[in-house]
Structures are given as structure tokens and as C-alpha cells.
Design a protein around this ligand. Structure first.
Ligand code: FPP
Length: 256
């Protein structure tokens, strides 16, 4: 399905955000604050993932995208990286069964070539198993980077049409090759853990997303915290470049 681009048109907005994208930050600090090893924070982070997936499905969100591992996270100490990989494998094995039982579709985006063949196989199995589910789509961004996504989209676009005239390249030519072309642009972007950065997440798709930052560390983020973010989202006036007056009386003041 082709979704409306926020720069070419005005997407529909709804009471509950259709697509929520989250940077799950603060696992390490949550653990350090409790004199625990950082990996304890990641373990609790997985509990928070479970809670937020359940709450999102219950509230009617259609797409939930979670930044689990960025292309820059490989720079972490080797033992933390390998713990995260093991956690990822455990989650793929265990959680997918529950997700499937709840009609949830799982997708993974990112440069998967750097993951072990075992993880790549688990990802492929999980995606295939849940491919026909029609409820919430949970996308895990793993070894993902917004710049990587734009570059791989350009490569695919040119591989498909090597003689492409540069003048004919517009959004509709490039966007179908982005890793998340199957989803509308995020309505709401959430980052936990106090930092106010995009950190190379969905650079193209966040053009008109509402941004919500909270100091809450990811392991403490739960259904009540999600509701706070949704309450903030409902206060926002999504103008997509228009004036407030145009929103009140859309027909009166032109389309510019
Ligand atoms: C950021 O916190 C978190 C990560 C890099 C890993 C995210 C992983 C999970 C939430 C658990 C597994 C999830 C799935 C989907 C399998 P940080 O370590 O950067 O925290 P800090 O900024 O306090 O150090």
C-alpha cells in the first residue's frame, strides 16, 4: 500500500498515533543507578518492550518501530555487544510465539549482513511466521541507520533503473526503496533517557513526526508512560506547513 508523504500531501491524523517510533535509551544508566551491570538494564529493557508492544496493540496503534541496535552501537565494549546479540536471539525465539498468538507481525529492518547466520535465520523465520498477521506490526531496527537506509534505497533505485534521468527522480521514485516503505511515516517519535537527539534513526520519515522526549529510562517505560506520550501527542496541532486558521476552515485559505 502506498502511504501519503508528509511533504507531498497531508496525511490523515487520528486520535491514536498510527505509527509510533521509539529510541529506547537509558538501559545502562538505569542499571548503573542501581549498582547493577549494564546488561541488567538491557534485560529489564526487554520487559519494557513487552509492556509497550502489548499496550500499543491494545490502544490500536498499527505500527510500532523500536530502535534496538544502531549502526554505531558496534562501537560498544565487545562483551556488551555479544550480550545484546544473545538477548536479541532469545527474544526472537520466545517473544515471537507470543506475538504470533496475538496476531502481531514482526519485521526487522537494517543492514542484517553483519549479524551471524544464526541470527539472520531466526529473523527470517520470525518474519515468515508472522507475515500474515493483521494486527500491530512491530518493526525492530537492528544495525539500522537513517543514512544507511537512504544510501541502500539509492543503490536499489539505480540497480532497478541504471539509466534513470536525474531530473525524473522525485520522492515517489526513491521512497519505495526505503527499508520501511510498507509503513506510513511515524506520527509520534519517542525518545527515553533524557537525550534530545534523533541519533541517525528514521531520517527521511521523521520529517513531520511529533517529537516527544522523556527523562524516564527505558526499563521504567510502561503503559502509563506511553499514555503520557499519547496525551502530549493529542495536544499537538499537526499543521504540515499550514496555518492554524487553515486547520479550522480548510477550504478558505488556499492550499500553499
Ligand atoms: C539503549 O540504552 C539501549 C540499547 C542500545 C539496546 C536496546 C535493547 C533493548 C531495549 C532490549 C532488547 C530489545 C529487543 C527488541 C530484543 P543504553 O545502553 O544506550 O543506555 P545508556 O544511555 O544509559 O547507557
Amino acid at each position: 500500500m502506498q502511504h501519503i508523504s508528509s511533504t507531498l500531501g497531508v496525511p490523515d491524523t487520528s486520535y491514536v498515533p498510527q505509527h509510533v517510533a521509539i529510541i529506547m535509551d537509558g538501559n545502562g544508566r538505569w542499571a548503573t543507578q542501581r549498582h547493577l551491570p549494564r546488561i541488567a538494564g538491557h534485560n529489564r529493557g526487554l520487559d519494557a518492550v513487552r509492556a509497550v508492544v502489548e499496550a500499543s496493540a491494545a490502544r490500536g496503534v498499527q505500527f510500532l518501530t523500536l530502535f534496538a541496535f544502531s549502526s554505531e552501537n558496534w562501537r560498544r565494549p565487545a562483551d556488551e555487544v555479544s550480550f545484546l546479540m544473545r538477548l536479541f536471539m532469545t527474544a526472537l525465539r520466545r517473544e515471537v510465539v507470543k506475538m504470533h498468538a496475538n496476531n502481531i507481525r514482526l519485521r526487522v529492518v537494517g543492514d542484517l549482513s553483519r549479524f551471524s547466520p544464526r541470527i539472520q535465520q531466526l529473523i527470517a523465520d520470525a518474519e515468515a511466521r508472522t507475515a500474515r498477521n493483521t494486527g500491530l506490526t512491530v518493526t525492530i531496527a537492528a544495525n539500522y541507520g537513517g543514512r544507511w537506509d537512504l544510501l541502500q534505497a539509492m543503490r536499489k533505485m539505480l540497480a532497478r533503473q541504471p539509466m534513470l534521468d536525474p531530473e525524473t527522480i522525485d520522492e515517489s521514485v526513491l521512497a519505495p526503496h526505503l527499508a520501511m516503505a510498507y509503513a506510513p511515516e511515524p506520527d509520534l517519535f519517542i525518545r527515553t533517557g533524557g537525550e534530545q537527539r534523533i541519533s541517525n534513526f528514521l531520517l527521511w520519515q521523521l520529517a513531520y513526526s511529533e517529537l516527544y522526549f522523556t527523562d524516564t529510562y527505558w526499563p521504567d517505560f510502561d503503559a502509563a508512560e506511553l499514555d503520557k506520550a499519547f496525551a502530549s501527542y493529542r495536544q499537538r496541532e499537526r499543521r504540515f506547513g499550514r496555518t492554524s486558521a487553515q486547520l479550522v476552515a480548510p477550504g478558505l485559505s488556499g492550499t500553499a
